[in-house]
Ligand binder design. Structure first.
Ligand code: NAD
Length: 254
């Protein structure tokens, strides 16, 4: 039996499910029999991911721009109306903007990073936890996808780093506020990992040099990041709360 069989029948909402980490996570949870509510801003890619899932039951899909609070609220409502409760929310959707020195960062760069990467996570926390508090039995698990740029400086990625630091602040605050109500909130902080987010962007050509600069001389495979996401969101991980966990091949150890 897979170690992730623990997710069978769990109602799990995932944002940004149409690509990268979200897509891999959806596939792994589907095989385990999780009740998935998958969302993304990209309707076509979301439909493709839903079609490739091997498990049962079939996922519910809903297009959702996490930067729009009413859409995130509607997503949680769909999960409740379909499956009766929400056990886990994975606030994974995110984007990057053109790398540039901080003194070149525009207000628009700040706005889009805050809207999607910070407020999008806030809306997922807010409406996910509201549902978790109202259901019986109350409680649940929230996993936020932050970044190493959420716990340290990130040269040329200033707006992204600011928004990801906000995710860590929200994670710790939510964890403390709702710990006594049976809700746990943690964040994963990946180092660069070759998903479309980085390979399709200007960062793509820099991946080999980035890998050479790491203690392990390689970047983490997206599969390795998703294994840690599963670990963090597992009901078996029952005493970890309010943590921002680096998954960086040892980068932050030096
Ligand atoms: N890949 C990395 O190196 C890396 C490192 C650290 C953190 N992260 C974080 O991991 C998360 C997943 O990224 P990924 O690497 O899988 O990238 P990805 O681009 O492959 O997937 C991100 C998904 O989010 C969706 N999305 C973008 N804006 C959205 C919005 N407004 N509403 C809803 N969905 C939206 C995209 O359509 C896409 O399907 C992000 O939060 C990202 O910041 C990634």
């Amino acid at each position: 039996m897979s170690q992730w069989a623990v997710f069978q029948d769990h109602v799990i909402v995932i944002t940004g499910a149409a690509s990268g980490f979200g897509r891999i996570l959806s596939n792994k949870l589907s095989v385990e029999g999780a009740k998935l509510v998958l969302s993304d801003i990209n309707a076509e890619a979301l439909a493709r991911v839903a079609a490739e899932l091997q498990g049962s039951p079939a996922p519910v899909t809903q297009v959702c721009d996490v930067a729009v609070e009413s859409q995130v609220q509607a997503l949680i409502t769909t999960a409740r109306e379909t499956f009766g409760r929400v056990d886990i929310v994975v606030n994974n959707a995110g984007l990057g903007t053109t790398p540039k020195p901080l003194i070149e960062v525009t207000e628009e760069d700040m706005d889009i990073n805050y809207a999607v990467n910070a407020k999008g996570v806030f809306f997922g926390i807010k409406h996910g936890i509201r549902q978790m508090l109202s259901q019986s039995p109350a409680g649940g698990i929230v996993l936020n996808v932050a970044s190493m740029a959420g716990i340290g400086g990130a040269p040329t990625l200033g707006a992204y780093a600011a928004a990801k630091h906000a995710v860590v602040g929200l994670t710790k605050t939510a964890a403390y506020e709702y710990a006594s109500s049976g809700v746990r909130v943690n964040a994963i902080c990946p180092f660069f990992s070759p998903t479309p987010l980085v390979t399709d962007a200007e960062l793509g050509p820099k991946m080999a040099a980035l890998a050479r600069g790491t203690p392990m001389k390689r970047l983490g495979d997206p599969e390795e990041m998703v294994e840690v996401m599963l670990m963090l969101m597992s009901p078996a991980n029952s005493y970890m709360n309010g943590q921002a966990v680096a998954v960086d091949g040892g980068m932050s150890a030096i």
